[in-house]
Unconditional design. Structure first.
Lengths: 398, 429
C-alpha cells in the first residue's frame, strides 16, 4: 500500500507595530494587536474553520481511514486563544478523533536551530508541553521551522528524543534519489527522514489556481492518477494550512478538491492515508541522506536565503541572539515572552531582499512596505528590549 | 532704496528653505529702510506683508509683450522636465508633486502669452514653462511699476529670466542671488538646461550674491563669472519666537548623536556611519540617529547592518515639525558632514536648541560659525575623534553648548541686509 502523508503547517506570528526611535525607552509594548487580530480573524474565517470542519466531516464519514498531521506553532496557539478560540476548539476536536497527529516544532517558529543549541532545546520543549496541554498528546515526530534541516540539526533533534523528522525533498540533496522513501540521518542513524514531494505538494499549494498552468483546471481524478503513477512507498504532501481558503480562495474550488481527493485516496485499493509516525513505523530507511548545509522548503533555492540571505537579516539575527544570556539572567516571564516573539522567523522574512519569483509569497501578510523598513522597525524594538533587559539585570544585582 | 524682488515662494507657502531665506532677508532690509516689492508666481493672500509688498504674478494682466518672448522660450516652450530641479524640496514632497502632476490633465495653448496666466507655483512638472511665463509676466510688472523701484533682485535660477526681462524693460540694475547652484543640487550630473539659465542670469546681472565663499568659488570657477562681480552675503537665521522651551522627556540614558537632513550623496551620510562605527568601538553608551529620508537611505541601512552596529544606530524616517524639535531636544551632538553645502541652516537650529554641532569644512555655514567643530567631510577619524571628545569631556560639551547658543543668536539677517543695500547703492550711484 502506497502511503499518502499529509502534513499541514499552521503558524501565525505576532507582528510588530510601527515602533519609532521616539518610542525607545518609554514604550515597551511592541505588537500590533489590531493587525494581529484582524489577520487571525480573517484567516480563521477563510481557512482554518472551514477546512477543519471539512476534515471533521470526512472523519465522521470515513472513520479511521482519514489521517492527517499538523504542526501548530506556539505563537499561533496563543493567538487562537486570544482572538479566535473557536479555531482552537476545532483543533482540539480533531485531536480527540485520534485521526490526527500533532508534530513538535519550535515554540515561536524560530530559527534557533541555526544559532543556539540550548535555546533550540528549550523552545522545542516549551512547544511540546503546550501541545500536550492543549491537545492531550505528546508529539513523536518533529518538523523544524520552514522544514530547515541539516545533519547537525537532525542530531540535535535526536538528542531531544525524536526519531522522526520532516524536511524538504530538495533536488540538491536527493540527486537521482526519490523523495518517496524514508532516509536516515548519518550521525544519528535511527532518525528517519520524511521528505516532501515538492512537485506534487506545490501542484496543490501553488499551481492549483493558476490559469496559465497547462494542467489547469486540476481535479481530484487527475491528481489521483498522478499519485497512482508515482513510484515509492510514501508520498509526502506538506503544505501551509492557509493554502486552503486563504492563499487559494474557496471560489477556486480548493475545498471541493480536497474533499474529493481524500475520499478518492481512501477508496483506492492501492493507497492509504498515514501520519508521519505511522509511516516511520511501517517503512524502513532506504539509506543515509547527507545534508552538510541547511536546506529548507522555501523559494527556488531551498536554502536559508529567505531569512538569512542579506546583511540586514544577519545583523538582526546576530544582535538578537547576543541577548540570550540577559534573558536567562532576567528570568522574567514578560521579558521571556517578548524574547520568544522576537525570534519568529517571520521578522527576518520581512527583511528579505530577493523580490523576484517568490516575492509574492514573501509579501503575503507582510506589514511593511520594504525590507529596509522592516529592519529599521525590528532594530528599534530590539534596542528597547535590550535596554529593558539590562535594566532588569541591574535590579537583580542590587 | 526701492527694490523689485523676484522670488519663487514666500512663507507660509513654501516647499523648502528658499522662501524662508527670502522672508528673513526682506524683513531685515525693510527694517533698514528699504522698500521691497516681492513678486511670487502665486500669492495666496495670507503672506506676512508687514515688511514687504507681495505682488501676485497670477494677477498680472499681460497687455503686450515688452520683450521678445523667443529669448526665454526658444528652449523651453515644449519642454516639460521631469526631474528634481528644486533646491530645497524633500524626497517625500517630490513624490507628492509627481503624483499631483500625473493627475493634472495638461492643455497646451498656442496662445501662450496673452491674458492672465494662473501660475501653479511650486515645483511641478510644468516648471520650465512657468519659468518662461514668469519672465513674460515680469516684464509686464516692470512696466506697470515703472518708477517705483531702483533695483531688481532675483532669487535662484527659477526667477532669473524674470529678472532679466524686468531689467530689459526698465533699464534698472539687476542683482541675482545664488542660494544653491545646480552643482550643489545634483553633484556632477548637472541639468544643462538649468545650468544654462543660471549662467545666463549671472552674466546678465550687474552683481551676483552668493550665500557663502564656497558658493562664490563655484560661481567663479564653474560658471566663469568675473570675480569682482560676485560677492558673498552669508545667510542669517531668524527663529520663530519660542514661547517656552517645552521639555522633551528623554527616556534613554545613552548619549544621542544625530544626523538630520536629506539622505543624499551631498549630505555625506556614509561618513557619519563610518564615524559612528569608530566611536562605538571605544564606547558603549551612545546611540546614533539618522533622521530623514532620501535616495541613499537603503544604501545607508545596508552599510550600518554590514558594520554590525544596527543595535546602536537608528533611523527615524522623514521628520516633520514637532518631531524635528523633539529630535534636537533629545540630541547631545548634531552632525552635518556635507560633501557640499551652499550654506546649511540646520546646524544653527541645533545650536539654538543648545546642541553642540560638528560640521564639515565644505559647508557654507562653517564660514560664519566659531563655536562649532569643523572637520573635512572625508576625515572620518577626525569626525569620530570630535564625537568622542564631546561625549567624554563634559567641560567641552558645556562650553560648546553655551557659546554656541549665544553665537547663533547673533547671526541675524541684519548683516546680510546691510551688505545687500550697500550693493544696491553702488549700483545706483
Amino acid at each position: 500500500m502506497k502511503k499518502i502523508c499529509f502534513y499541514f503547517q499552521v503558524h501565525q506570528p505576532y507582528r510588530l507595530k510601527k515602533y519609532r526611535f521616539f518610542n525607545l525607552g518609554k514604550d515597551h509594548f511592541y505588537f500590533d494587536d489590531f493587525l494581529n487580530r484582524m489577520v487571525l480573524e480573517r484567516i480563521a474565517e477563510n481557512s482554518y474553520i472551514p477546512m477543519n470542519s471539512l476534515l471533521l466531516d470526512l472523519i465522521n464519514q470515513y472513520g479511521d481511514k482519514v489521517k492527517v498531521s499538523f504542526s501548530i506553532s506556539g505563537t499561533a496557539i496563543e493567538q487562537f486563544e486570544e482572538y479566535t478560540p473557536s479555531v482552537l476548539d476545532s483543533f482540539v476536536q480533531l485531536s480527540k478523533t485520534k485521526n490526527v497527529e500533532y508534530l513538535a516544532e519550535t515554540y515561536s517558529h524560530s530559527l534557533a536551530s541555526l544559532k543556539d543549541q540550548d535555546e533550540f532545546y528549550s523552545q522545542v520543549k516549551k512547544h511540546t508541553e503546550l501541545v500536550k496541554e492543549k491537545f492531550g498528546t505528546t508529539p513523536t515526530a518533529f518538523r523544524n521551522t520552514e522544514l530547515i534541516y541539516s545533519d547537525h540539526i537532525g542530531e540535535l533533534v535526536s538528542n531531544l528524543g525524536f526519531n522522526i523528522m520532516l524536511t524538504e525533498g530538495s533536488k540538491n540533496i536527493l540527486g537521482w534519489k526519490s523523495p518517496n522513501y524514508l532516509y536516515s540521518n548519518p550521525i544519528k542513524q535511527r532518525v528517519k527522514l520524511l521528505l516532501r514531494n515538492y512537485r506534487l505538494s506545490d501542484d496543490i499549494a501553488f499551481r492549483f489556481p493558476n490559469r496559465e498552468w497547462c494542467e489547469y483546471p486540476l481535479d481530484a481524478e487527475k491528481y489521483l492518477s498522478w499519485l497512482r503513477l508515482e513510484q515509492g512507498e510514501v508520498i509526502n504532501l506538506f503544505m501551509d494550512y492557509e493554502t486552503f481558503g486563504e492563499h487559494i480562495k474557496a471560489e477556486n474550488g480548493i475545498f471541493e478538491f480536497m474533499r474529493a481527493l481524500i475520499a478518492g485516496i481512501i477508496s483506492d485499493p492501492d493507497m492509504e492515508l498515514a501520519t508521519p509516525t505511522q509511516v516511520a513505523n511501517d517503512c524502513q530507511s532506504m539509506g543515509l541522506m547527507f545534508v552538510p548545509h541547511p536546506i529548507s522548503w522555501a523559494d527556488e533555492e531551498r536554502d536559508l536565503s529567505a531569512w538569512l540571505g542579506n546583511d540586514l537579516q544577519n545583523e538582526a539575527f546576530n544582535k538578537l541572539y547576543a541577548l540570550r544570556q540577559y534573558v536567562i539572567q532576567a528570568n522574567d516571564s514578560g521579558l521571556d515572552r517578548v524574547w520568544q516573539i522576537m525570534q519568529e522567523s517571520d521578522h527576518f522574512y520581512y527583511m528579505c531582499t530577493k523580490w523576484f519569483q517568490d516575492g509574492q509569497v514573501h509579501s503575503y501578510f507582510n506589514p511593511f512596505d520594504s525590507p529596509y523598513e522592516a529592519f529599521m522597525n525590528y532594530m528599534n524594538v530590539l534596542s528597547d528590549f535590550e535596554i529593558e533587559l539590562k535594566k532588569n539585570n541591574i535590579n537583580i544585582k542590587y | 532704496m526701492r527694490v523689485l524682488m523676484f522670488g519663487w515662494e514666500f512663507p507660509p507657502h513654501i516647499a523648502g528653505g528658499l522662501g524662508t531665506a527670502c522672508y528673513g532677508l526682506t524683513t531685515a532690509m525693510s527694517q533698514q529702510g528699504c522698500e521691497v516689492i516681492f513678486v511670487v508666481p502665486r500669492a495666496y493672500g495670507d503672506e506676512d506683508q508687514r515688511y514687504v509688498k507681495i505682488h501676485n504674478a497670477s494677477d498680472v494682466n499681460i497687455r503686450q509683450t515688452y520683450v521678445r518672448d523667443d529669448q526665454f522660450t526658444e528652449n523651453l516652450k515644449f519642454i516639460y522636465v521631469d526631474s528634481n530641479l528644486v533646491p530645497y524640496v524633500s524626497p517625500e514632497e517630490w513624490e507628492v508633486l509627481r503624483e499631483e502632476s500625473k493627475t493634472i490633465t495638461k492643455s497646451y495653448s498656442t496662445d501662450l502669452w496673452e491674458g492672465r496666466y494662473n501660475f501653479k507655483g511650486g515645483y511641478g512638472e510644468t516648471l520650465m514653462e512657468e519659468v518662461a511665463r514668469y519672465a513674460v509676466v515680469a516684464s509686464q510688472v516692470a512696466k506697470d511699476l515703472e518708477g517705483q523701484f531702483d533695483v531688481i533682485h532675483a532669487h535662484d535660477w527659477l526667477t532669473y529670466y524674470a529678472g532679466i526681462a524686468a531689467k530689459k524693460v526698465s533699464g534698472k540694475p539687476l542683482v541675482v542671488h545664488i542660494h544653491a547652484t545646480e552643482y550643489d543640487r545634483t553633484g556632477e550630473n548637472v541639468n544643462t538646461l538649468v545650468y544654462g539659465i543660471e549662467k545666463e542670469g549671472m552674466m546678465a546681472a550687474d552683481r551676483v550674491c552668493a550665500v557663502s565663499n564656497l558658493t562664490r568659488k563655484i560661481v567663479i570657477d564653474r560658471y566663469g563669472i568675473p570675480e569682482d562681480k560676485v560677492i558673498t552675503v552669508h545667510n542669517g537665521v531668524k527663529f520663530k519666537q519660542v514661547s517656552e522651551e517645552e521639555s522633551v522627556e528623554k527616556n534613554i540614558d545613552d548619549k544621542i548623536v544625530t544626523f538630520l537632513g536629506r539622505i543624499t550623496y551631498q549630505k555625506g551620510p556614509d561618513y557619519f556611519v563610518e564615524a559612528a562605527a569608530k566611536v562605538l568601538k571605544k564606547m558603549d553608551n551612545v546611540r546614533f540617529v539618522m533622521a530623514g529620508s532620501g535616495d541613499m537611505l537603503n544604501h545607508v541601512i545596508r552599510h550600518v547592518a554590514k558594520l554590525g552596529i544596527a543595535d546602536k544606530f537608528h533611523f527615524t524616517g522623514f521628520l516633520k515639525g514637532d518631531d524635528v524639535k523633539k529630535m534636537f531636544a533629545m540630541s547631545d551632538i548634531y552632525i552635518m558632514p556635507s560633501v557640499s553645502e551652499p550654506f546649511g541652516i540646520s546646524p544653527l537650529e541645533a545650536m539654538r536648541s543648545n546642541v553642540p554641532v560638528i560640521i564639515s569644512k565644505q559647508s557654507g555655514v562653517a564660514e560664519v560659525l566659531d563655536n562649532a567643530i569643523k572637520v573635512d567631510y572625508w576625515d572620518v577619524d577626525a569626525l569620530a575623534d570630535a564625537i568622542y571628545s564631546l561625549l567624554k569631556y563634559p567641560a567641552l560639551h558645556k562650553m560648546m553648548q553655551e557659546r554656541g547658543g549665544d553665537e547663533v543668536n547673533t547671526l541675524t539677517w541684519d548683516n546680510a541686509a546691510t551688505k545687500i543695500i550697500d550693493v544696491y547703492k553702488s549700483l545706483t550711484k
